[in-house]
Design a protein around this ligand. Structure first.
Ligand code: MG
Length: 249
């Protein structure tokens, strides 16, 4: 079901969004080579709970962490691990959600650990840019396919692989609501965006190849090529004017 949010819903979603954004910002200040993915998860957990919210992902479908922490060729849904250290030259995507006053938030950022190679730096820059290109399309009267097509076009023209099995989504009282927001599609197709809809846009872009597989842990999604993958996500409120990003400080 598509849900349209009231002004008071949106106020709470803004607060939930800020809490998730703040947790990512604090992590960004503390993140360094040698830190384990479990330590990353703990920083996120502590910041969200300190703000009086609950980590949306903890226990979701049995997920064992507060954040999804995915390193290098892990695309999404990486499980925090006390034995996995991030190293200089790695990239790590940290996907975070906060549940506050009855509403969820959801945002992701891919961090570089120290200095990374030029192609990987470009992948991060381009994937984040594709997110903002997609966001520009998220206005009343546009169609879902306009967002999807814009992201696909931007990333394809740079030779990247696009993950198709996973996509963005509506969000609100539930972490995952309708509609699905794919990262590939045709312009002018799909449902029209309505004022008061809240959606997550989240390109998952591989340096090489579209294909992915899921590890035997049942969660971690990997690139088939073994190349690195980037993931950026914001939660957007659809308005008659500019798109409003709810997951920023
Ligand atoms: Mg999401």
């Amino acid at each position: 079901m598509i849900t349209i949010k009231s002004a008071s819903d949106i106020e709470k979603m803004r607060e939930a969004g800020k809490i998730a954004a703040n947790a990512l910002a604090i992590l960004g200040q503390k993140l360094h080579a040698g830190m384990t993915t479990k330590e990353i998860d703990k920083i996120i957990h502590d910041e969200i709970t300190k703000a009086g919210a609950k980590p949306s992902f903890l226990g979701y479908a049995g997920f064992p962490g507060s954040a999804c922490v995915s390193v290098n060729d892990e695309v999404i849904h990486g499980i925090p691990n006390p034995n996995r250290k991030v190293r200089e030259g790695d990239i790590v995507s940290v996907d975070v959600g906060a549940y506050y006053k009855g509403f969820h938030s959801d945002t992701c950022y891919t961090f570089a650990i120290g200095s990374i190679s030029d192609p990987v730096r470009a992948l991060l820059t381009d994937t984040e840019a594709s997110l903002y290109k997609g966001i520009e399309q998220a206005v009343v009267g546009a169609r879902l396919g306009d967002i999807s097509h814009t992201i696909e076009e931007y990333c394809r023209s740079r030779g990247y692989g696009i993950v198709k099995q996973y996509c963005g989504h509506g969000i609100g009282r539930e972490l995952h609501e309708e509609p699905e927001v794919p990262n590939h599609g045709k312009a002018g197709r799909g449902m029209r965006l309505l004022e008061g809809m809240t959606i997550c846009i989240e390109p998952m872009i591989n340096l090489v190849g579209d294909d992915v597989w899921v590890k035997p842990d049942g969660w971690t999604v990997m690139t088939k090529s073994g190349s690195v993958s980037a993931h950026f996500e914001h939660e957007i409120l659809i308005t008659k004017d500019e798109p409003v990003i709810l997951t920023k400080l």
